[in-house]
Ligand binder design. Structure first.
Ligand SMILES: N=c1c2ncn([C@@H]3O[C@H](COP(=O)(O)OP(=O)(O)OP(=O)(O)O)[C@@H](O)[C@H]3O)c2ncn1[C@@H]1O[C@H](COP(=O)(O)O)[C@@H](O)[C@H]1O
Length: 110
């Protein structure tokens, strides 16, 4: 699906960086080289996503901001050498459980 294609593009950019192939300018590469920039972008995009709700912006605006959040978060995953599949697996495991139960489980584990 789309997220897997995006993941593959991001990992290509990461491989280019490792191979020191200074190809064309790439936003992904900039983010991979600068954790501070990446984290500030993720926080900024999450805030913009929330604002589309708070300020009753257009649905299309919400979709756009969610895409920005997803993309930037996917770059963080690549940085941590994690596949989106691992995230999907966590979500799938939660299918059978309510969020309230899941939280209770975490709290009792301390
Ligand atoms: N999905 C994205 C994607 N979403 C957002 N961005 C970039 O993220 C940057 C920051 O976004 P902002 O919303 O903050 O935009 P801004 O230019 O600061 O403007 P404001 O909204 O702040 O006014 C912009 O340069 C966007 O182009 C993305 N850059 C890349 N991708 C994907 O990654 C692939 C590889 O991109 P490169 O690494 O650049 O080759 C692309 O083909 C896309 O599939």
């Amino acid at each position: 699906c789309t997220l897997y294609s995006l993941e593959s593009t991001i990992s290509q950019r990461k491989a280019e960086l490792a191979a020191e192939q200074n190809g064309k300018p790439s936003w992904t590469k900039r983010l991979l080289l600068d954790n501070k920039l990446l984290c500030s972008k993720i926080r900024e995009e999450a805030d913009e996503l929330c604002r589309t709700l708070e300020e009753i912006e257009d649905k299309s605006r919400t979709a756009l901001e969610m895409a920005d959040v997803l993309y930037h978060a996917m770059v963080l995953l690549a940085n941590k050498d994690l596949k989106i599949e691992a995230v999907m697996q966590v979500l799938r495991q939660r299918f059978s459980q309510s969020g309230v139960e899941e939280k209770r489980g975490r709290i009792s584990q301390g």
